[in-house]
Design a protein around this ligand. Structure first.
Ligand code: ACO
Ligand code: PYR
Length: 536
C-alpha cells in the first residue's frame, strides 16, 4: 500500500475531495496521458486538497498504470490518493469480482465506491433486486475495510432517487456506514438540482442517518458550486469537485471556486495556509495539461475575473479597489486589471497609466484627450483592451516631451507571387527616413521576403531599423489575429489586426485597423517595433 503519510487537510473535520483525474477526465475532449495525470495530481496537491481521486484501476489500463507509477513517482504533501470503482457485480461473490480486486491492487489508502441509490437504477440499469444492491454495497465496503482501506461511498443519483423513494436512499447509506464506510456522498449525478432542494434533502438525510455526509454535484443547471455550498451549509463535511469544473456533460463543481468560497466566504480553513494563492497558477497549469484553453471569465481564477471595463467602476476603484472587487485578487493569486475602451472615463485612463507605470500626475488635459481619442478610435473599430502596448504608446505620445516616431515613412509595397509550380512567395520593400539628433536625415530602402505579405513587411521594416536599434534583432512575431468588422458590410469591411510580439523574455500586443488588411497590419507592426525599442 502507498506509504505516503500526507498532511491531512488543515480542517480535519472537512474533506475537499478532487476528482479531476476520474470525473474530470470524463469531459468530452480530455484524454490525459499517465504523465499528465501524475503532473495534475502534483498540481492539485499544491493547492492543498485533502483527497485526489486518481481514476478507475481495472477499468482503464491507463488508470491501472497511474496507480502503479504513483507508488514510486508521486510524493504528495497534503493529499491522500484515492482509487475509484463500483460495488461488486450482482450475483458475484465480492472476493471473486476482478474489479474489486483491482481496487486492492491499486494500493491506495482510500477507495471511493460508486453505489446505486435510486430504486429505478437498481431495477432498470443493474437489473437486480433492491436487497441484492444493499448486499453489494455492504459486502464491498466490508471487504475493502477488512483489507485495511478507508472507504467512501458515492451514492449515485441520490437526489433523484430520494424524490422517488427516500427510504431506499437512507437504507443504502445505512448499509454503507454499517459496513464501515467513512463517508456517504450524496451525488446529483444528472445535475438537475437547485440549491434549495439540495439543502432540504441534506437536512432530511442528516435527521435520519448517523455518519459523515458528502456532496458531489454535476453542473447541468449551472448550480454545481452553489448546490455544493448549500449542502455544506446544511451539514455535509466532504465536498467533491474537479479542476476548472471539468467533467461529464456540463461538468462538475469547480474545485477552485469551491475552495475559494469555502475559505473566503464561509470561513472554513479547508486548505493549508499559503495554498489559496496558488489557485490561479494551478488552474492554468491544469488547463494546459488538459489541452483546454483557460476560461478567462472563470470565477476567481480567470484572467478577466478581476478586470474592470466600465468607467464608473474605475472611478470608484480609484478611491478603493474594494468598492468593485468582492475579494483582493491576490488572495487567489490573481491580479486586478483596468481595461481602457470606449467605456472608459478619466479614472480608467489614470488607473491604467498607473498599471503601465506612466506618470499622469498634473496631466489632467492629457487624460481627457486620451479618453476622447479612445472613444473616437473604438467607434472606428480599434480595440485597446487586448492591446496594452498600443494604448501605452498612444498615452505617452500625448505627454509633453514625447519621443518622436522611430522613422518617417516614404512608402511601402508588398507583393504576393504565385509561381507556376505552386510556390507562393511574398516580398516587401519599405522606404523610410531616419532622423538623427543633429538634424541629418538618412534615407533607407530595405527589402524582405516572407511566407506572406505581413511577414515580408515585418522582415523589411526590422532590417531597415536594426542598424539603429540592434535590440530588434531578437524581436519576432508570436501571433497574428485578424477580425473582420462586418458592420461596414461587403468587401469594404474594416479589418482589425492584433499582433503579439516577443523578444524571448516578454510579450506585448498591438493593434491596427484599416479597410485594407495590409495597412491594418502595418499600423500594428509599427507599434510593435516602436514598443520594442522604447521598452526593451
Ligand atoms: C456516475 C459516474 O460517472 S460513475 C463513473 C463512470 N465511469 C465510467 O464508466 C468510466 C469507466 N468505465 C469503463 O471502463 C467500463 O464501463 C467498465 C470497465 C467499468 C465496465 O465495462 P463493461 O464490463 O463492458 O460493462 P458496461 O460498461 O457495458 O456496463 C456497466 C456494468 O456495470 C454495472 N454497474 C453499473 N453500476 C454499478 C454499480 N454501482 N455496482 C455494480 N455494478 C454496476 C452495470 O449494471 C453493467 O453490468 P452488466 O455488464 O452486467 O450489464
Ligand atoms: C459518482 C459520480 O460521478 C456521479 O454520481 O455523478
Amino acid at each position: 500500500m502507498a506509504t505516503d503519510s500526507p498532511t491531512p487537510s488543515v480542517s480535519a473535520d472537512f474533506h475537499v475531495f478532487d476528482t479531476t483525474l476520474r470525473d474530470g477526465a470524463q469531459r468530452e475532449g480530455i484524454s490525459f496521458s499517465v504523465a499528465d495525470k501524475l503532473a495534475t495530481a502534483r498540481l492539485l496537491d499544491e493547492i492543498g486538497v485533502g483527497y485526489i481521486e486518481g481514476g478507475w484501476p481495472g477499468a482503464l489500463p491507463k488508470d491501472t498504470e497511474f496507480f502503479a507509477r504513483a507508488r514510486t513517482e508521486l510524493k504528495l504533501r497534503h493529499a491522500v490518493l484515492v482509487a475509484f470503482g463500483a460495488t461488486r457485480k450482482a450475483g458475484v461473490r465480492v472476493e471473486d469480482d476482478p474489479q474489486v480486486r483491482a481496487l486492492l491492487d491499486a494500493e491506495t489508502p482510500v477507495v471511493c465506491l460508486v453505489a446505486k441509490s435510486d430504486v429505478r437504477h437498481v431495477r432498470d440499469a443493474l437489473r437486480t433486486t433492491l436487497e441484492e444492491n444493499l448486499a453489494m454495497v455492504a459486502d464491498t465496503v466490508a471487504f475493502l475495510v477488512a483489507h485495511g482501506r478507508r472507504v467512501f461511498v458515492d451514492c449515485e443519483h441520490f437526489f433523484d432517487g430520494y424524490a422517488a423513494d427516500p427510504d431506499y436512499g437512507v437504507q443504502v447509506l445505512r448499509a454503507a456506514f454499517g459496513a464501515g464506510a467513512e463517508v456517504g456522498v450524496l451525488c446529483d449525478t444528472n445535475g438537475g438540482m437547485l440549491p434549495m432542494g439540495v439543502a432540504r434533502v441534506v437536512a432530511d438525510v442528516r435527521s435520519r442517518v448517523e455518519g459523515r455526509l458528502g456532496i458531489h454535484c454535476q453542473d447541468d443547471t449551472g448550480c454545481a458550486v452553489a448546490n455544493s455550498l448549500a449542502a455544506v451549509e446544511a451539514g455535509v463535511t466532504h465536498v467533491q469537485g474537479t479542476a476548472n469544473g471539468y467533467g461529464e456533460r456540463a461538468g462538475n463543481a469547480d474545485t477552485f471556486a469551491l475552495v475559494a468560497n469555502l475559505v473566503t466566504k464561509m470561513g472554513l480553513p479547508v486548505v493549508p495556509a499559503g495554498c489559496l494563492a496558488e489557485l490561479q497558477r494551478v488552474s492554468h497549469a491544469i488547463a494546459e495539461l488538459a489541452n483546454i484553453a483557460p476560461d478567462d471569465h472563470q470565477p476567481y481564477v480567470g484572467t478577466s475575473a478581476f478586470a474592470h471595463k466600465a468607467g464608473l467602476h474605475a472611478s470608484a476603484i480609484k478611491v478603493s479597489p474594494e468598492l468593485y472587487n468582492h475579494l483582493d485578487p491576490a488572495v487567489v493569486g490573481n491580479d486586478m486589471r483596468i481595461l481602457v475602451t470606449e467605456m472608459a472615463g478619466r479614472a480608467s485612463v489614470e488607473l491604467k497609466g498607473r498599471e503601465l507605470g506612466v506618470d499622469l500626475d498634473g496631466h489632467a488635459d492629457v487624460v481627457g484627450t486620451v479618453v476622447d481619442r479612445v472613444k473616437v478610435l473604438e467607434a472606428d473599430g480599434w480595440s485597446f483592451e487586448a492591446a496594452d502596448a498600443s494604448f501605452e504608446l498612444l498615452l505617452r505620445s500625448q505627454l509633453p516631451g514625447a519621443p518622436a516616431p522611430l522613422f518617417e515613412l516614404e512608402s511601402y509595397r508588398t507583393t504576393v507571387e504565385h509561381w507556376g509550380n505552386g510556390v507562393v512567395v511574398s516580398e516587401a520593400t519599405v522606404k523610410i527616413h531616419l532622423h538623427d539628433d543633429d538634424g541629418t536625415v538618412e534615407r533607407v530602402i530595405s527589402t524582405g521576403e516572407g511566407n506572406g505579405p505581413v511577414n515580408a513587411l515585418d522582415n523589411a521594416l526590422r532590417q531597415a531599423l536594426v542598424s539603429r536599434h540592434p535590440e530588434l534583432a531578437d524581436v519576432s512575431l508570436a501571433d497574428y489575429k485578424v477580425r473582420i468588422l462586418g458592420w461596414k458590410g461587403g468587401t469594404s469591411a474594416t479589418t482589425r489586426v492584433l499582433i503579439d510580439t516577443t523578444d524571448g523574455v516578454g510579450e506585448w500586443t498591438t493593434v491596427g485597423v484599416h479597410d485594407n488588411i495590409v495597412e491594418a497590419s502595418w499600423h500594428a507592426l509599427v507599434d510593435a517595433l516602436t514598443y520594442a525599442v522604447r521598452h526593451r
